[in-house]
Design a protein around this ligand. Structure first.
Ligand code: EPU
Length: 419
């Protein structure tokens, strides 16, 4: 078992390069199943979710060559089975994208219910509704999803809930369907645009990604033979921006798209941080204690739920009492108990948490309850006095490339220890 040991307090200073977006990459990889050929994908984050995605694709018959640790060439001409390996698909959430992609490619898929962070109920009814409207039969037996379609027919689908996963999954299924599919009330996250851009580069006809109406005109085939670079990760970027705030530091982020960070920049300024925006890089610094704030998580372009725990660390240290309302995931305040062990004063009640700001945190043994909670604990440990031992770090490794290396380069005293 490995843990991260962080000894603080440290004021983080310097430059960090942002990796490719996990939540785009975990959709682009299964999207390659729609291609009858080869393609090259660059700027993949070097994280465990990507390694598992690649293993799953290989088990289905894809051939993957690693050009370097962030680039693969993938040949999906010889997909040989429609049964996804349960031991791997149960390890992460994005395995649900195999349904849309394989329905499009093979007309059939058998896959276990997806795993991933325990953030409360994570239904996939909107995905299933979309597939069924396109003409698929979907059933669920003993934790396995069976989906089958003779031919998918384009149609109009209104999403009852704004869902990142359902929007992308239905888009995947619609790319090779007969006729036009219209997704209304679609999610608008940058990774949705990125998946659409990837598919269009490979020969798809998708318009409107990034707005709430997406139109997909079915095409005969995706030709591949192209190279695509994954968009920078706006959640990793936001994590470092908030780390600058929590440690009263000064961090410049390279390789980011600052347009994707508007809601975070606005909150950083509101709590007294400073931002210099250069378009593809950004400097964030803070020279005094952050001010209190009120935050509600929302689908993009609102404040992202995936930065809520990291913001929670900042507000734990702010002057005054702050409030966060979590509107996406019912169990995303589990990290608050861990921060309380470090001296924070947080009361979580259902979807709302109250942060009575303290002057400083102290080190403690803490448990990473999910991916973003883990990132929040690394920030808290860096800001806190003394030693923080962070356990369950496999959650962090799922989504952050070389987190200890990046924090260390910014001055943090952090090491990975095997117990
Ligand atoms: N929902 C339904 N039915 C559905 C789908 C979603 O009721 O069929 C609900 C969910 O329960 C939730 C809301 O709709 O309350 C939004 O869920 P969404 O489908 O957008 O989430 P997701 O696609 O499962 C992705 C990210 C999450 C991120 C959310 C919200 C991936 C692989 N995961 O999940 O990322 O929190 O969107 O932005 O893209 C993370 O990276 O740490 C993470 C959890």
């Amino acid at each position: 078992m490995e843990k991260l040991v962080v000894t603080g307090p440290t004021r983080l200073e310097g430059e960090v390069t942002i990796s490719g977006a996990k939540n785009a990459a975990v959709a682009i990889l299964p999207a390659t199943l729609l291609i009858d050929g080869t393609c090259t994908i660059e700027n993949l984050p070097n994280i465990s979710d990507i390694k598992i995605s690649c293993e799953i694709l290989e088990k289905l018959g894809a051939k993957i060559d690693w050009i370097d640790e962030h680039t693969i060439t993938i040949d999906t001409r010889n997909i040989s089975t429609t049964k996804a390996p349960l031991d791997l698909t149960s390890k992460f959430r994005a395995s649900y994208y195999l349904i849309g992609a394989m329905l499009g490619r093979m007309g059939e898929i058998e896959v276990g219910m997806p795993g991933g962070c325990k953030l409360g109920a994570r239904p996939i009814d909107q995905h299933i509704k979309g597939f069924e409207i396109l003409g698929a039969n979907v059933s669920l037996e003993k934790g396995t999803i069976y989906a089958k379609a003779d031919k998918l027919e384009g149609s109009s689908i209104y999403m009852d809930i704004v869902s990142v996963g359902a929007t992308i999954n239905v888009m995947l299924a619609a790319v090779l369907a007969n006729g036009t599919t219209i997704i209304e009330n679609a999610a608008k996250e940058p990774h949705i645009v990125d998946v659409a851009n990837f598919l269009n580069t490979m020969g798809a006809n998708i318009r409107g990604a990034g707005t709430d109406v997406i139109k997909i005109k079915g095409v005969e085939k995706l030709h591949g033979n192209s190279t695509y670079s994954v968009v920078p990760d706006q959640i990793e970027a936001g994590t470092f921006m908030l780390a600058a705030l929590a440690t009263k530091g000064d961090i410049t982020l390279k390789n980011c798209i600052t347009e994707h960070l508007d809601s975070i920049i606005a909150k950083i300024k509101e709590v007294g941080g400073h931002v210099e925006d250069y378009g593809d890089s950004i400097r964030v610094w803070c020279d005094k204690r952050p001010k209190k704030a009120t935050i509600k998580t929302l689908p993009y372009p609102g404040f992202p739920t995936d930065l809520q725990p990291q913001m929670g660390v900042v507000l734990s240290l702010a002057d005054g009492t702050s409030v966060i309302n979590e509107s996406i995931w019912e169990s995303r305040f589990q990290y608050t108990e861990e921060l309380n062990r470090m001296g924070a004063r947080i009361t979580a009640q259902g979807k709302t948490a109250f942060f009575e700001g303290v002057e400083s945190l102290h080190g403690a043994p803490v448990y990473s309850t999910d991916l973003r909670a883990g990132a929040a604990l690394v920030i808290a440990g860096t800001a806190a006095n003394g030693e923080t031992d962070i356990y369950n770090i496999e959650h962090i490794d799922r989504g952050y490339e070389n987190i200890e290396g990046k924090f260390k380069n910014l001055g943090a005293n952090i090491k990975r220890v095997r117990e």
